[in-house]
Design a binder for this molecule. Structure first.
Ligand SMILES: Nc1ncnc2c1ncn2[C@@H]1O[C@H](COP(=O)(O)OP(=O)(O)OP(=O)(O)O)[C@@H](O)[C@H]1O
Length: 264
C-alpha cells in the first residue's frame, strides 16, 4: 500500500546547521498495517510523515502509494489519498465554519465529482451517522461553529474528517499529545475503533510508550533519520514498555540521551 524507497532528506546542507533528517530510509506497509512510530526528539519522525504527505520533498528516494509514485504529486493532490491529524487540535478544522461545513469540505476533497453546493439532506444524514460513532453528541450540533468546541471534541472531529473518507494512508502526528489524560484516552480509543472499522493503513507517531505498545500490529523505532528497531505480529504483541526501553538503551548506549528522551 505504501512504499518508501531510500528516502534521504538533509536540511541546511553545507552549513553549520546541516542536519540529515532522513538517511536513506526504507519502509513498506501492507494494506491495513497500523504502525506506531517512536523515537527521541529530532529522530526524523515528523519529517517522515511530511515526506509521505508531500509537505516536504526528499532530496532522494521515492514514495509510492498503491505502487504509484507520488514524488511529483503535490500535497493538496495527495490529500485525496492521505488523511492526517496533527498534534494541535486547532490544526485540522476550520473554527469559523460549522461542524457540518467542515465535514462537507473533507467529504468533497475525495468525492469531487459528486460535490453539489450546500449540504444535501442525504449527506447530512450520513454526517450525523458518522458523528454518532464519536459518542460525543456532536451529531446534535451540526450547525455549531467548530471554534466553540473543546480541544478533545475538535480533535475527535479532526480524526473523523481524516478517516471517514477511507484514505489509503492515515498519518497521525502525536495527535493525542496536547490533550488532558482523559481526552487523550478518548481519542486513543476512537483511533482504534475508526482504524479497525476502516481497515486503514496507518502510521502513528507517539511519545507515549504504552500507547505505542498497545496500538497497532507493527512498531518502528527511529533514530538519526533511520529505522533502528521494528517489531510486528507476535513480536509486537509481546512488547512491553520496559523491553522497548531496553532496546532503546542498547541503541543509545554510546549517547548522552536518557531513556526518558523517548517519552518527551
Ligand atoms: N524545516 C526544517 N529546517 C531545518 N531543520 C529541520 C527542519 N525540519 C526538521 N529539521 C531538523 O531535522 C531533524 C528531524 O526533525 P523531525 O521534526 O523530523 O524530528 P522528530 O523525530 O519529529 O522530533 P520530535 O519528536 O521532537 O517532534 C531535527 O534535527 C530537526 O531540527
Amino acid at each position: 500500500m505504501l512504499q518508501l524507497n531510500q528516502i534521504y532528506k538533509v536540511f541546511n546542507e553545507g552549513s553549520v546547521d546541516e542536519k540529515i533528517a532522513l538517511n536513506s530510509l526504507n519502509l513498506s506497509l501492507n494494506e491495513g498495517d497500523f504502525v506506531t512510530v517512536i523515537g527521541s526528539n529530532g529522530a526524523g519522525k515528523s519529517t517522515l510523515l511530511n515526506v509521505i504527505a508531500g509537505r516536504i520533498t526528499p532530496d532522494d528516494g521515492d514514495v509510492l502509494i498503491k505502487e504509484k509514485s507520488m514524488i511529483d504529486v503535490q500535497e493538496y493532490k495527495r490529500s485525496r489519498y492521505i488523511g492526517r491529524v496533527f498534534q494541535d487540535p486547532m490544526a485540522g478544522t476550520s473554527p469559523t465554519l460549522t461542524i457540518e461545513e467542515n465535514l462537507a469540505i473533507a467529504y468533497s476533497r475525495v468525492h469531487k465529482r459528486t460535490l453539489k453546493p450546500g449540504v444535501t439532506s442525504k449527506r447530512r444524514l450520513y454526517f450525523k451517522e458518522q458523528l454518532e460513532m464519536l459518542g460525543l453528541g456532536l451529531e446534535n450540533r451540526l450547525s455549531a461553529k467548530v471554534g466553540l468546541l473543546s480541544g478533545g471534541e475538535r480533535q475527535a472531529l479532526s480524526l473523523l474528517m481524516a478517516t471517514f473518507t477511507k484514505p489509503d494512508i492515515l498519518l497521525l502526528d502525536e495527535h493525542t499529545a496536547a490533550l488532558d489524560p482523559s481526552r487523550a484516552e478518548l481519542i486513543t480509543n476512537l483511533t482504534k475503533k475508526l482504524v479497525e472499522k476502516g481497515n486503514l493503513t496507518t502510521l502513528m507517531i507517539t511519545h507515549n510508550m504504552q500507547q505505542a505498545v498497545d496500538l497497532g500490529n507493527r512498531l518502528i523505532m527511529m533514530d538519526s533519520g533511520n529505522i533502528v528497531f521494528q517489531a510486528e505480529g507476535k513480536q509486537k504483541e509481546g512488547l512491553t514498555v520496559s523491553s522497548l526501553l531496553e532496546e532503546f538503551s542498547k541503541i543509545k548506549s554510546d549517547s548522552s540521551l536518557s531513556d526518558k528522551a523517548l517519552l518527551i
